[in-house]
Design a protein around this ligand. Structure first.
Ligand code: SAM
Length: 420
C-alpha cells in the first residue's frame, strides 16, 4: 500500500496537519477573513468601462472631476432672514445663478422667430416668474420599432423660471466653500447647502401658483425644500419608501419651514412604494417630480459607506433601471392629463437616463394608451451655461457633467408632458 503513496504528497499533507497549540487554532470564517473587495474600486472599474465608451475623450476629464472636491450651492431660505443672507453672499462675490439667468435671455431669443419673442417678468400670487419661449418635442412611440422619434411639434408660448428659488454659487473656477448655515432669530436656518445642479430639475418642473405637486422619491429633501421655496404649491405631497430617510426629511423641513406651512392641508408626508402611487392616486397632480434612486455616481467613486457597488448589492444595482422605469410610469399615471413630470437622476448612465425615459414611454403607450410629449429643455443650456457644464450630446433631456471649473453634478433631467 505504502508503495502507492507519493512521498511529496505525504509531506504536503503533514505540513497541513502540523501540530498547533489548541489556543492558537481558529476556524476560518470566509465572511470576515476573505479579502474585502473595495466598492469604490469596483465602481471606478465599471465606470471606466461603460462611461469610457459612452463619453469617449470626455471621460478622463469627467472622471478626475468626479474624484475631486464637489462644489456646492446655497439655496436661500425665503422663510428666514432673506435680506441679510443675500447681502452676506453678495459681499463674498457669490451670485444667485437663477436670478442671473435673466441676462442670458437675448441669446436664447435670437434662436426664435421675432414674432414669437417675448420675455416677461411678472409677480403673481407672490411668485416671481421669468417667462421664456420654448419648443415642445413630440415623442412618437407608434413607430414599427417601438423606439422614440423626436420631432419638433410646435412652439409653445412660454416657459417660466421661478426666481423665488434663489441659489448662490461662486463663479466658475472659484472653489471657495460656504460656511455651514446658522439659524436666524426665529430659529430657522438661513440656507441649505446642496449640489446647485439639483435645482435644475425643480426649475424644469415649472410649478405655477396654485399647483398640486407630488415629490415621489423625496428624501432627504433637498429638492422638496426647493419646491417649497417656489411659494407656488397649493398642496405638496412628499413621499419616500425609506422611513429613516423620511425622518431626515422631516428634520430638514422643521429646520427651514415655519410650522404653519407644514399643516396637513398644505404638506402631506407618506411612506409608500412609489411604484404603487400611480395606481392608487391617479390623474391627480399638476406636477410630479420623480428623482429616482440611482448609482449616485459621485458617491460611488468616493465613499465606501452605503455604496451600491458593494458585492452584496449587485442584484439591487442590476434592477435599478427596472425600478426607475416603474417609478416614472407611476409618476405619469399620477399626473393629470396635461400635467407635467420631471424625471431626474444623479448618474451619467444612459441606461438609467435616456433608456428609462424611452422604456417608460413605450409602456405608457402600449399598456395604458397614454401618450407623452418630451419638452425640449435645451434653452436651459443657454440660460445656465456660465455656471454648469452641459453635455452637448444628450439624446433626450439634459445632463450636467462634473467639470473641474464647475464641479457640480452629475445631474440628469428630462421633462415629460402627459397629453390630454
Ligand atoms: C436620489 S434619492 C432622492 C433625493 C431627494 N429627491 C432629494 O433631493 O433630497 C432617491 C430616493 O428614492 C427612494 N426610493 C427608493 N425606492 C423607492 C420606491 N420604490 N418608492 C419611493 N421611493 C423610493 C430612496 O429611499 C431615496 O430616498
Amino acid at each position: 500500500m505504502a508503495a502507492f503513496v507519493d512521498s511529496k504528497y505525504v509531506i504536503l499533507k503533514l505540513k497541513d496537519f502540523r501540530l498547533t497549540f489548541r489556543r492558537f487554532r481558529y476556524k476560518k470564517k470566509w465572511a470576515t477573513t476573505s479579502q474585502k473587495v473595495n466598492a469604490v474600486l469596483l465602481a471606478l472599474q465599471n465606470f471606466d468601462m461603460n462611461y469610457g465608451m459612452q463619453f469617449g475623450q470626455l471621460w478622463p476629464s469627467v472622471r478626475v472631476s468626479l474624484l475631486s472636491e464637489q462644489k456646492y450651492g446655497a439655496l436661500v431660505n425665503n422663510y428666514a432672514d432673506t435680506e441679510n443672507i443675500i447681502k452676506s453672499f453678495e459681499a463674498l462675490s457669490a451670485k444667485d445663478f437663477v436670478y442671473e439667468s435673466r441676462s442670458e435671455v437675448p441669446s436664447i431669443s435670437s434662436d426664435i422667430p421675432r414674432d414669437l419673442q417675448e420675455t416677461r417678468v411678472h409677480s403673481a400670487l407672490g411668485s416671481q416668474q421669468h417667462e421664456y419661449l420654448c419648443q415642445d418635442i413630440l415623442l412618437d412611440t407608434s413607430g414599427p420599432t417601438g423606439t422614440l422619434e423626436a420631432s419638433v411639434k410646435e412652439r409653445l408660448p412660454h416657459f417660466s423660471i421661478n426666481t423665488n428659488i434663489k441659489c448662490f454659487t461662486f463663479p466658475r473656477g472659484d472653489i471657495t466653500r460656504f460656511h455651514p448655515a446658522r439659524p436666524d432669530s426665529s430659529g430657522l436656518l438661513r440656507y441649505y447647502l446642496m449640489d446647485a445642479s439639483s435645482i435644475l430639475p425643480v426649475l424644469a418642473l415649472n410649478v405655477q401658483p396654485g399647483h398640486v405637486v407630488l415629490d415621489l422619491c423625496a428624501a432627504p429633501g433637498g429638492k422638496t425644500l426647493a419646491l417649497l421655496q417656489t411659494e407656488c404649491c397649493r398642496h405638496l405631497s412628499i413621499n419616500d419608501i425609506s422611513e429613516s430617510r423620511l425622518s431626515r426629511l422631516r428634520g430638514v423641513l422643521h429646520s427651514y419651514i415655519p410650522r404653519e406651512l407644514l399643516k396637513e392641508d398644505r404638506v402631506c408626508i407618506t411612506n409608500i412604494d412609489g411604484r404603487m402611487w400611480g395606481e392608487v392616486n391617479r390623474d391627480n397632480f399638476d406636477r410630479v417630480l420623480v428623482d429616482v434612486p440611482c448609482t449616485t455616481d459621485r458617491h460611488s467613486v468616493t465613499e465606501e459607506d452605503n455604496n451600491i457597488f458593494k458585492r452584496t448589492r449587485i442584484k439591487e444595482r442590476q434592477m435599478l433601471p427596472l425600478l426607475q422605469t416603474q417609478l416614472l410610469v407611476s409618476a405619469v399615471l399620477a399626473v393629470r392629463p396635461g400635467g407635467e413630470v420631471v424625471y431626474s437622476t444623479c448618474s451619467l448612465s444612459q441606461l438609467q437616463n435616456e433608456c428609462v425615459v424611452e422604456h417608460a414611454a413605450e409602456i405608457l403607450a402600449t399598456d395604458y394608451g397614454i401618450e407623452i410629449q418630451l419638452e425640449d429643455l435645451s434653452f436651459f443650456r443657454s440660460l445656465f451655461q456660465k455656471i454648469f457644464q452641459f453635455y452637448n450630446d444628450c439624446r433626450l433631456g439634459e445632463l450636467i457633467l462634473p467639470h473641474l471649473t464647475a464641479n457640480f453634478g452629475p445631474t440628469y433631467f428630462c421633462k415629460l408632458s402627459r397629453r390630454k
